[in-house]
Design a protein. Structure first.
Length: 273
């Protein structure tokens, strides 16, 4: 659904109450639009069926739908969560346009952007939810990571949690699915470790990656390489890993002078983060 992005790369960055939409062209990276919101914005996700539409989540418990083709916004606001919405993600499997949000109110909610209210609420976590990520392979399946130290797998077609993984003995701030193996996920936690989990055998992690010196805020698998991933941390660094290698840490980038809170990998340019 991102046909225009083959020509133009879009990036959405979140400040304190500002959504900045950037465009990369021959001149470099330029500001395309900026939108203000009256509370901090924690996460953003691009529509998978409209190149101009994105959704943000914010500290006031709401989700906002924006259209970059318009100068003002938002198009719509969904206010159902009772605390900060820390995570929002648009499904990537064909045939369904679903959004999942995760909140500090300990619930995840399912949304169809064409419907004005949530379709379903998922309860079970005993701590704040930091991360909710759709499976890129399995329709209607998403993972959530929480301060209750568990990674959970959910199926939107079935009530209740599908799998509960006590993944760390610390708050889990981030999780992601491997793009090449539908059974493989990674978690990043306050204990400074990254752990890989195979849904077919949850007795122990399939890999543990150590190197960060403070809590890991976000982890992402590569769209291009099955065993590559990137992470960022409150230790100011971004790190690149290959979990198939004995020396898994490929590179540590120290160009930030403050907490690194988010990162993503370009779907178009293999070397761009």
């Amino acid at each position: 659904g991102r046909t225009a992005c083959d020509v133009l790369f879009y990036f959405a960055g979140l400040g304190c109450g500002t959504l900045a939409v950037l465009e990369q062209n021959e001149a470099g990276i330029v500001m395309l639009r900026s939108f203000d919101w009256n509370d901090g914005l924690f996460d953003v996700t691009w529509s998978e069926n409209n190149e101009h539409v994105l959704i943000t989540s914010s500290g006031d418990g709401s989700l906002q739908i924006w259209d970059t083709a318009k100068t003002k916004g938002p198009l719509q606001v969904y206010k159902e969560h009772t605390q900060e919405v820390y995570s929002v993600d648009w499904s990537q499997t064909r045939g369904e346009q679903l959004v999942v949000s995760g909140s500090w109110d300990q619930t995840a909610k399912l949304w169809d952007p064409a419907v004005g209210k949530s379709l379903c609420t998922f309860r079970g976590h005993e701590g704040v939810i930091y991360s909710t990520i759709w499976s890129p392979h399995i329709p209607g399946c998403f993972a959530s990571a929480s301060g209750d130290q568990t990674l959970r797998i959910w199926d939107v077609k079935a009530p209740g949690v599908k799998v509960v993984i006590p993944a760390h003995e610390a708050e889990i701030l981030s999780c992601d699915w491997c793009k090449y193996d539908e059974n493989l996920l990674v978690t990043g936690a306050v204990d400074c470790s990254l752990k890989g989990w195979d849904l077919r055998n949850l007795r122990q992690p399939v890999f543990i990656l150590l190197g960060h010196t403070y809590a890991i805020r976000r982890v992402k698998f590569s769209p291009f390489h099955a065993t590559l991933l990137a992470s960022c941390s409150y230790d100011f660094t971004v790190r690149f890993w290959d979990f198939s290698k004995p020396n898994s840490l490929l590179e540590t980038v120290e160009h930030h002078t403050e907490f690194t809170c988010g990162l993503d990998l370009s779907l178009h340019n293999c070397g761009q983060v």
